[in-house]
Design a protein around this ligand. Structure first.
Ligand SMILES: [Zn+2]
Length: 327
C-alpha cells in the first residue's frame, strides 16, 4: 500500500454532501443518490481523502468534447484533459486509481489507441493516483521535479485528514522537468509551462495551442473556493499570482479546463482571480487589527461570496482559514 488512512472519524452528512457535489458536478440526481449511498456505506473512519476516493469509485466518467482533438474527463478527482489522434493519446492528470476501468472505457470511446504521455499538473493524489496503472501500460509520465520530490516524501495534509507516504519508484513520473517543454503530437502543439509556487510548489499548466485550450491544474477551481497547500509551498499570494498568470495565457476564446468544476473561460478566470483578491483583502484587514483566527471566522469575511463559491468541498470557513494563514 502506498497510502495510509490514519485519521479518526470526523466527517458527517454535510461532508458527504460537499464531497458528492465536488466529485459529481452536474450529474443526474440518480447518480448523486448512488454516489451518496456509496459514501454512506464507506467505512466509519472516513476522511475527506477516503470520501473523495469513494465518490470516484461510485462516479461515472463523463466525456466533454471540447475542440479539435481535445476532451475533458470528469468524475475521478481532478479534471483530466485528453488529446487524441493518430499519434496516440495524451492525458493531463491521471485521476484516482480506482477509476482505471472507467477511464479506459472513456478513452476508447474517444479514440482507440495507446496512452503515450501523462502530464501531472501537481503532486496531489486526485491528479496523480492513476500514474501507476498508466505507467504499467507503458505511458511516459511527465512532471516537475518538485512533484517527484513530494511523491517520495511522507506528507500530512491536515485538511484531507490523510498522511501521504512515498510512492513506489515504478509508479513515479519517469520524465522529470525542471523547465518548460513543448510536445508535438496529433497535429497539436502542447506547451507545458511552470507557474511560480501557487497551489503547490510544483504547479504546471498545459496549453493546446491549435485548439486554444488551457488546462490550469488546481490554480483555477471554476465556481469553487480553491484548496491551497501551504505544506508543499502554496500560499494565497501565490494563488493570486497564478490566477494572474492564467489571465496572461488565456485569450477571449480560450477554453479553460480547471482543476475542479465545469469547463470554463476567460471571464470565469477573471471572476475567480477577483474573488481571491477581495477575500484576501478582507481577511488581511481583520488580521492586521489583531484578530485571532477564531475572531476572523466569527466575522464571516466570505459571507457575501459563499453562495457562489462555498458550496463545494472548500466552504467559507475553511477558505478563510487558508487565507488567514498566508496574510
Ligand atoms: Zn490539488
Amino acid at each position: 500500500m502506498k497510502d495510509c488512512d490514519d485519521a479518526p472519524a470526523t466527517s458527517g452528512p454535510s461532508l458527504l454532501t460537499t464531497v458528492t457535489s465536488f466529485i459529481a458536478g452536474s450529474l443526474t440526481s440518480a447518480v448523486l443518490t448512488a454516489t451518496a449511498a456509496a459514501l454512506a456505506a464507506a467505512p466509519a473512519a472516513a476522511s475527506p481523502y477516503s470520501d473523495i476516493n469513494a465518490a470516484a469509485a461510485a462516479s461515472p466518467i463523463t466525456v466533454h468534447s471540447l475542440r479539435r482533438h481535445v476532451s475533458m474527463l470528469e468524475g475521478s478527482g481532478g479534471n483530466i484533459g485528453v488529446l487524441a489522434g493518430p499519434d496516440g493519446l495524451l492525458m493531463v492528470d491521471a485521476g484516482i486509481a480506482v477509476s482505471q476501468p472507467k477511464i479506459v472505457a472513456a478513452l476508447s470511446s474517444i479514440e482507440p489507441g495507446k496512452v503515450r504521455y501523462v502530464i501531472n499538473t501537481h503532486w496531489h493524489w486526485d491528479h496523480t493516483d492513476g500514474n501507476g496503472w498508466l505507467r504499467r501500460t507503458g505511458a511516459t509520465v511527465i512532471a516537475d521535479k518538485q512533484v517527484v520530490r513530494r511523491l517520495t516524501q511522507t506528507i500530512r495534509v491536515v485538511e484531507w485528514e490523510h498522511t501521504f507516504t512515498p510512492i513506489p519508484p515504478a509508479e513515479l513520473p519517469n520524465q522529470v522537468l525542471s523547465g518548460d517543454k513543448t510536445l508535438h503530437m496529433d497535429g497539436e502543439t502542447v506547451r507545458i509551462r511552470h507557474y511560480q509556487p501557487g497551489h503547490t510548489d510544483g504547479d504546471m499548466s498545459v496549453y493546446f495551442a491549435n485548439a486554444d485550450v488551457l488546462q490550469t491544474g488546481d490554480t483555477f477551481w471554476n465556481g469553487m473556493y480553491p484548496f491551497i497547500d501551504y505544506v508543499t509551498g502554496g500560499s494565497i499570494d501565490g494563488a493570486i499570482r497564478a490566477a494572474n498568470t492564467n489571465l496572461a495565457m488565456a485569450g477571449a476564446n480560450t477554453v479553460v479546463i480547471p482543476g475542479h468544476g465545469p469547463v470554463g473561460n476567460r471571464a470565469q478566470l477573471i471572476e475567480f482571480r477577483d474573488m481571491l483578491i477581495a477575500i484576501r483583502a478582507k481577511v488581511a484587514a481583520l488580521k492586521a487589527k489583531g484578530n485571532s483566527l477564531e475572531q476572523v471566522l466569527a466575522a464571516k469575511p466570505t459571507a457575501s461570496y459563499d453562495a457562489r463559491w462555498g458550496t463545494s468541498v472548500i466552504n467559507g470557513a475553511l477558505f478563510t482559514t487558508l487565507v488567514y494563514r498566508g496574510v
